[in-house]
Write a protein that binds this ligand. Structure first.
Ligand SMILES: Cc1cc2nc3c(=O)[nH]c(=O)nc-3n(C[C@H](O)[C@H](O)[C@H](O)COP(=O)(O)OP(=O)(O)OC[C@H]3O[C@@H](n4cnc5c(N)ncnc54)[C@H](O)[C@@H]3O)c2cc1C
Length: 388
């Protein structure tokens, strides 16, 4: 029977303390400056990698720390609780799961040890396209086998960290849609080096927040045939397999954001005195903060449940999706409560609240938008009619 621990173990406390030590060296000014210039947090990501935190989920036989998703979640949550943004490097934790579960032994030996040491970065995940957002099966990028290569053509949209990553995990069509035997077949996953890849153009997109996101254009880009992960045509299922991990880890970042907003709101509303008392004494200020705190706590419980099931090898689709939804909404509500209690100061860059507010908004939309999570719960958990 899977059990749920409600307190951190000594090892987890030590893990958290180590991440906090690093975060203290990267205060608000660091993130603010990079945000203004839309620059990648190289120094922070390198330090987190060198300390082993980004290889936490890689098994020890491939040079990683061999921890579970509950520990990975704790790492990302802690970064966000301390004002940082792990979105710059979180993909490595869940992308490598596809390689681990479905890659060949040769692929794992080739890549995982170097990812664990930081000699290779696996931070780019190419799924979304201009005509295939939530509807992944509509994707049009093709990878056609020619001898010992695949030739890739098409366009990808919102592919983050393509300029900072050495490797990319790509989902592309290897069998035309109409020839695929089943709806979810005909797509394949590839893992390959994108540094100086001929036929790949990367165009940065300036977004609402600092996220290193790009449009990609593949024009007869040739990648080695051994880039294929697992079996040709099964890629959509491999990507689905990795989604629970992605949901749990992203939920953890939202939980961290929610805690950061609540802490900031409590501190400020206790010290800002108006009409002879702290603003936090007013129910109009206090209650939204109390509600936000309860929502963050609830999301964390669901995230912990999802992580416990995941680490026990149990099915956890409903819990992982619900955790992602609850956490993204809780962080957003906490952000609003935090801005409200700060009055005009909530909008001032030097308080970091507006930056965090922009950053946390993303998780209502990506990696899966919250409407689709509701549709999943309605259809797959409650057995209601299919809406898409
Ligand atoms: C900053 C950023 C970084 C990203 N990084 C990556 C990345 O690294 N790799 C990658 O592959 N993708 C990435 N994405 C893409 C992201 O995963 C998609 O934006 C997301 O999946 C939604 O797809 P879409 O933008 O095409 O919206 P659409 O799918 O076009 O949806 C538009 C709207 O319609 C609603 N909607 C759609 N279908 C339904 C339905 N059936 N029922 C109810 N409502 C519906 C949605 O809620 C949404 O509000 C990133 C996006 C952003 C903004």
């Amino acid at each position: 029977m899977t059990t749920l621990r409600l307190t951190l173990t000594d090892d987890q406390r030590a893990l958290k303390a180590g991440v906090i030590d690093i975060c203290k060296r990267y205060p608000g000014e660091y993130w603010r400056e990079l945000d203004a210039k839309r620059e990648y947090p190289e120094a922070f990501v390198n330090e987190l990698t060198r300390a082993g935190y980004l290889g936490a989920l890689i098994p020890t036989e491939y040079g990683g720390v061999g921890l579970g998703i509950a520990d990975g979640s704790l790492i990302l949550q802690t970064v966000h609780e301390h004002g940082g943004n792990a979105a710059a490097c979180h993909a490595q934790m869940y992308i490598m799961g596809t390689l681990l579960r479905h890659g060949s032994e040769a692929q794992k030996k080739k890549y995982l040890p170097k990812i664990a040491t930081g000699d290779l970065r696996l931070q780019a995940f190419g799924v979304t396209e201009p005509n295939a957002g939530s509807d992944t099966l509509m994707l049009q990028t093709t990878a056609i086998r020619k001898g010992d290569r695949y030739v890739v053509n098409g366009q990808k949209m919102f592919i983050s960290r393509a300029m900072q990553s050495d490797l990319m995990l790509l989902l592309a069509r290897t069998t035309p849609r109409e020839q695929a035997k089943k709806r979810g077949e005909g797509l394949s996953v590839f893992l390959f080096d994108i540094r100086n890849l001929k036929g790949l153009e990367i165009r940065p997109l300036r977004m609402m927040m600092n996220h290193s996101t790009n449009a990609l254009f593949f024009d007869n880009a040739e990648i080695p045939a051994e880039s294929l992960i697992g079996e040709e045509g099964k890629g959509f299922h491999y990507i689905l397999d990795g989604m629970n991990a992605e949901r749990i880890l992203v939920a953890s970042e939202s939980i961290g954001d929610g805690r950061w907003f609540v802490d900031k709101a409590v501190a400020y509303s206790g010290q800002r005195v108006l009409f002879g008392k702290p603003v936090g004494a007013n129910q109009g200020v206090q209650f939204p903060i109390a509600k936000a705190h309860m929502a963050v706590e609830t999301a964390q419980l669901m995230r912990d449940k999802a992580a416990a099931l995941f680490d026990a090898g149990e099915p956890c689709g409903p819990e992982a999706n619900m955790a992602k939804y609850l956490a993204a909404e809780a962080a957003w509500d906490a952000g609003n409560a935090c801005i409200d209690c700060h009055g005009g100061y909530g909008y001032a860059e030097e308080y970091d609240i507006e930056r965090k507010f922009r950053e946390c908004r993303l998780y209502k939309t990506a990696p899966v938008n919250n409407n689709l999570v509701l549709a999943y719960v309605g259809q797959h958990v409650l057995g209601m009619p299919r809406s898409y």
